[in-house]
Design a protein around this ligand. Structure first.
Ligand code: BES
Ligand code: MN
Ligand code: ZN
Length: 484
């Protein structure tokens, strides 16, 4: 979509659809007020009213959109308004729309421009790759944001928002994609394509190379599948004086049947999204490449398909991971932590300033936080605080859980160094405790996105049922916080 910023009075410019976003109780322009009966539109959050000005204003259609109470508008208010506006344009078969925000936003022009672009792009996201008859709705091709001043700062924000939404859409496409197409091999190819496009280096290890180099966690989880596992490393920038190295590690289980500890049939189809962490890392790397961030960012993906078969790993098996530490398998459905053990240990070789892993790791985090927050645990409060701040700004919020030694102790095995499950209680935290054994002394935070990477119904205007791309906006916001 072409997104431009203009200074001027939207109501004086011709448009297929003009959207006037206003705070609750704010006076409307006289020309608009005359079209209304008193009390028809109060500007309450998510309230909308479509008007046909018929010459009273230049646009053919005018949508009034409520933003709720003044002052309360964070960036997500703009993002949601832009998504609703874009969807209205789509519904009305208008190929362009304009939107005007109140002048008294308590938001920087760059943040508002970014949120506008993200909302407009993500609000129109649909996963149509497998629909064989063309969709009826035409594409919205252009949007204009009308502002009072600072057009350049808004436009710079728009460019960031478009880079970010490109990454989010990539992540959504990958996580919505079916397991028969989005295999570990396909994730490797997606990473190679990104490297080509943005000029960063990519390494993809196949089964033979994983065997040679001792990635027995990833190998064990993948050994029951006809699909070969993959270990993927994308490296943007390079380690240099004053340039921090940040490692992003994603769980890439392209389908999780549970393995020999097989899952029930109901909703198992959703387990194609068990590579949501990997998708977020790929989406973030795409945005980092597009933005050319002056950082050393290493994207690491641990990918396998978890299947039951004659060759599958079994409860009771003991695995010697890349780190040398051994894991007793209690439940083959706790596979994410096993593949991540190799990836987290590998990340240490970069001597990173931060390691952040993202994983659809536990059903327990869905029980604890539902679909509205990412579960967070870690070994560095400084890094956790950065993620909390970034999560608020990006509206991909995180909520921290404790990671005390008692939880780590719950993962000790009688016969190996660790076991892969710690019982029902505190299941999201004990999973984090398990992971902490593989990060050494490096600042590390674990993000459990099992509850947020996929929604059964759109909980925000810029989501659709299915993959949310959770983590991309959060990661880009975190990374931009390290710049300058
Ligand atoms: N991929 C699942 C977690 C999950 C559940 C993600 C629902 C998204 C939605 C993970 O591999 C898993 O199966 N975890 C088990 C761990 C248990 C066996 C200790 C779980 O949470 O039940
Ligand atoms: Mn599982
Ligand atoms: Zn899983």
């Amino acid at each position: 979509m072409q997104i431009s910023v203009r200074i001027g009075d939207m109501l004086r410019e011709p448009a297929d659809l003009a959207v006037l976003a206003t705070f609750e109780g704010a006076p409307l322009p006289a020309a608009v007020d005359e079209l209304l009966e008193p009390g028809d539109f109060a500007g309450k959050a998510k309230q909308s009213l479509l008007l046909y000005p018929r010459g009273a204003a230049a646009p053919r259609r005018l949508l009034l959109l409520g933003l709720g109470k003044p002052g309360a508008l964070a960036a997500d208010g703009v993002r949601q308004a832009a998504a609703l506006a874009a969807q209205k344009a789509q519904d009305l078969k208008a190929d362009t729309f304009a939107l005007a925000l109140p002048a008294d936003l308590s938001l920087s022009p760059a943040s508002a421009g970014q949120a506008f672009a993200e909302g407009a792009e993500l609000g129109l996201y649909r996963f149509l790759r497998y629909k064989t008859s063309p969709s009826e709705s035409a594409d919205v091709t252009a949007a204009t944001l009308f502002v009072g001043a600072d057009a350049e700062a808004f436009q710079a924000g728009v460019a960031v928002g478009q880079a970010v939404s490109g990454g989010v859409s990539l992540a959504r496409d990958l996580a919505n994609g079916p397991g028969n197409e989005i295999t570990p091999t396909a994730l490797g190819e997606a990473a190679l394509a990104l490297g080509q496009r943005h000029g960063f280096s990519v390494t993809v290890l196949d089964r033979a190379q994983l065997t040679e180099q001792g990635f027995h966690g990833i190998l064990a989880v993948g050994q029951g599948s006809a699909q070969e596992p993959r270990f993927i490393v994308m490296e943007h920038g390079s380690a240099a004086e004053g340039t921090p190295t940040i490692c992003l590690v994603g769980k890439g289980i392209t389908f999780d049947t549970g393995g020999i500890s097989i899952k029930p049939a109901a909703n198992m189809e959703d387990m194609k999204m068990d590579m949501g962490g990997a998708a977020a890392v790929l989406g973030a790397m795409q945005a980092v490449g597009a933005l050319g961030l002056p950082l050393h960012v290493v994207g690491i993906i641990c990918s396998a398909e978890n299947m039951p078969s004659a060759t599958a790993y079994k409860p009771g098996d003991v695995i010697k991971t890349l780190s040398g530490k051994t894991i007793e398998v209690i439940n083959t459905d706790a596979e994410g932590r096993i593949v991540l053990a190799d990836g987290l240990f590998y990340a240490q070789r970069y001597n990173p300033a931060a390691i952040v892993d993202l994983a659809t790791l536990t059903g327990a985090i869905m029980v604890a936080l539902g679909p509205h927050a990412i579960g967070m645990m870690g070994t560095s409060q400084e890094l956790a605080d950065r993620l909390s701040t970034a999560g608020e700004a990006a509206a991909e919020r995180v909520w921290q859980l404790p990671l005390w030694d008692e939880y780590r102790d719950m993962m000790k095995s009688d016969i190996a160094d660790l076991k892969n499950t710690g019982g029902r209680f505190g299941g999201a935290i004990t999973a984090g405790g398990f992971l902490s054994a593989f990060v050494g002394d490096h600042p590390w935070v674990h993000l459990d996105i099992a509850g947020t990477a996929w929604v059964d119904r759109a909980t925000r205007p810029y989501y659709t049922r299915g993959a949310t791309g959770m983590g991309v906006r959060l990661l880009v916001e975190l990374l931009r916080g390290y710049v300058g």
